[in-house]
Design a protein around this ligand. Sequence first.
Ligand SMILES: C[S@@+](CC[C@H](N)C(=O)[O-])C[C@H]1O[C@@H](n2cnc3c(N)ncnc32)[C@H](O)[C@@H]1O
Length: 266
Amino acid sequence: MVDLPALLISVSFLGDTKPHHRRRVLKQAINQLPEATRSRVYGLSRGTAEHEVDAVLGPNSHTVMVGDEEVHVGLFTEVARINHSCRPNAYYRFSERRLTMEVVAYHAIEPGDEITLSYVPLETPSPVRRQYLKSHWGFDCTCPLCTGPTPDLDESEAWRQKIKSLRETIANARSEGFYHDAIVMTEEWLMFGEWDMQPPLMAAYYDTLADLYFLKGDMVNATRHARMAVDEWVRLGSVDDEGLEKARVFLGRLLLEASDGRHRRG
Ligand SMILES: C[S@@+](CC[C@H](N)C(=O)[O-])C[C@H]1O[C@@H](n2cnc3c(N)ncnc32)[C@H](O)[C@@H]1O
């Protein structure tokens, strides 16, 4: 699913402008939208905020980067209809080149199943998650995981911790030169991911393995995984995906090194 922004507002405008002026400008911007978009925007009004603009933007907007680390607040009226779940079946990403918000499924979603996103990074522990959802989004989470049996939540928390520490250990092993151990743990990371929620993005998984095999000096496996990473990023399909760009550059470098090696030997 791809959604266009109804509004894209620079955070410096929001921070530097007096509240009454900010609300007036934003209301003007909303009122100038085409009628169908305008009514979708006003239809998003939630909560008890005194001012209509705040009731629309507060619980519905997303932070996105435009330009060099320029923080913006975007209002995407379709994405704004998607609820949070602590065990989501999709994630979102912003395409700066197209100025669109894309919702991508982690795995096949059955007809009739609700599409859900996580409004917080997946590894965030439960108390921090709840606190963030309350303070930033103004709600107490009632997703199936939070309202389901306690052992399920406990198991999920253990999973999050395990993945977090596994990632940290992989990074440490890499920086200390234990590439083989890092490769074994990366494979474990994939197994854990599949066990609980959704696998880590396969593209990121292949990227990690390509990098580790390269550092280990195993060019065959490095190139094989770098190719798989590029294919996966392409399959995930974003024109300005940083991951795709990086994976292509890395594969190019590996191919160049392989061909230099052949020339030197020949
Ligand atoms: C971006 S909107 C999501 C769509 C909204 N439910 C709708 O019908 O348009 C965010 C609001 O949805 C509600 N919401 C989303 N996820 C929730 C969850 N897991 N538990 C409770 N409320 C949730 C909260 O009221 C929150 O402020």
